[in-house]
Design a protein around this ligand. Sequence first.
Ligand code: ZN
Length: 192
Amino acid sequence: MEHIKNSTKLIGIKDLNIKISIVLKHQTRIEIRAELDYPAPACPHCQGKMIKYDFQRPSTIPILDVQGMATVLKLRKRRFQCKVCRRVSVAKTSLVKKHCQISQPVWAKITQLLIEKQTNMDIAKRLHVSVSTVQRQLNAFTLKENFKTLPEILSWDEFARNKGKLAFIAQDFETLRLFLTVSTLRSTLVEP
Ligand SMILES: [Zn+2]
């Protein structure tokens, strides 16, 4: 059990450096404007002292639905400038991976729904992402050759995916961690 103390955590955002500034409820969607900010770290290029600079223009990040409505986070990220080498760096967050606009809670939900055997199209519709995004998550499961660490109890199942093609999954019975998915085209071992 976790005691949730703030509204960012309530909507699935764990990064406490993200602060909500305003929430707008439109006809069919919710827009949450927020800022990512924290004290200036050392310069990633020269380790020199950085100072706060300005904010990047907002990036639009889909998060999980709030009140059953499609919800986006308009996130402005702090920029820092190095006083030594003058280079500018953007604040980092665990919410989104580098060069990615889909938030981690959405990726986690895609994974969960894939395990629950929902079709790519249903998942895409439910989470307001493209079918190719869902496919990308399926493909992102990386292959590991090492099978030495198989779980004590392994459960597996076969199921129909995408127009009746058969697929196979294996997962740790206790932790539900996905171990292996095999579609008709490829086989992949899944990272947690
Ligand atoms: Zn520097």
